[in-house]
Design a protein around this ligand. Structure first.
Ligand code: CA2
Length: 140
């Protein structure tokens, strides 16, 4: 099974800045633990700080991969374009947020992506990505 984890802006700083909000682990280290935990899966990871690059990646994998796990960062709350890209592809998408966006500032409470995704996992830290992977394993 081919799955893509797609991270948006500033998530390259995980483990480097604001550990009290986002934890102490870099995403690359975390991704390695996922690859080891799911040896039967073909897991891919892509991060970009650019909206268009995220959309291009959704188009690139969105007709061949079995699932996309997206944390679009702040684009979650602004991007109709990423929402439309999710709607345009065939691959099911799960939205993940490390922090509980509903317990933060009001502008983080709305996600343009949520209604285009099969589901959302928020507030469970990096474990949210693992739970999303498990969802795709179970739904197969
Ligand atoms: O909780 C999440 O996963 C967010 O998608 C993270 C975004 C934020 O804009 C969303 O509202 C919720 C921010 C990602 C910034 O990541 C950083 C990581 C380390 C240091 C600084 C920023």
């Amino acid at each position: 099974m081919k799955l893509l984890i797609l991270n948006g802006p500033n998530l390259n700083l995980l483990g480097v800045r604001e550990p009290e909000v986002y934890g102490k682990q870099t995403f690359k280290d975390y991704f390695e633990t996922l690859v080891q935990a799911f040896p039967a899966l073909d897991l891919h990871y892509f991060q970009s700080n650019h909206e268009g690059a995220l959309i291009d990646k959704i188009h690139e994998v969105g007709f061949s991969f079995d699932g996309i796990i997206i944390n679009a960062g702040a684009y979650t709350h602004t991007s109709v374009a990423i929402a439309d890209a999710i709607s345009a592809v065939k691959t099911p998408v799960v939205e993940v947020h490390i922090s509980n966006i509903h317990a933060r500032e009001a502008f983080r409470h709305h996600s343009y992506l949520a209604s285009r995704c099969v589901g959302s996992i928020v507030g469970l830290g990096l474990n949210g990505y693992r739970l999303a992977v498990e969802y795709f394993v179970l739904r197969k």
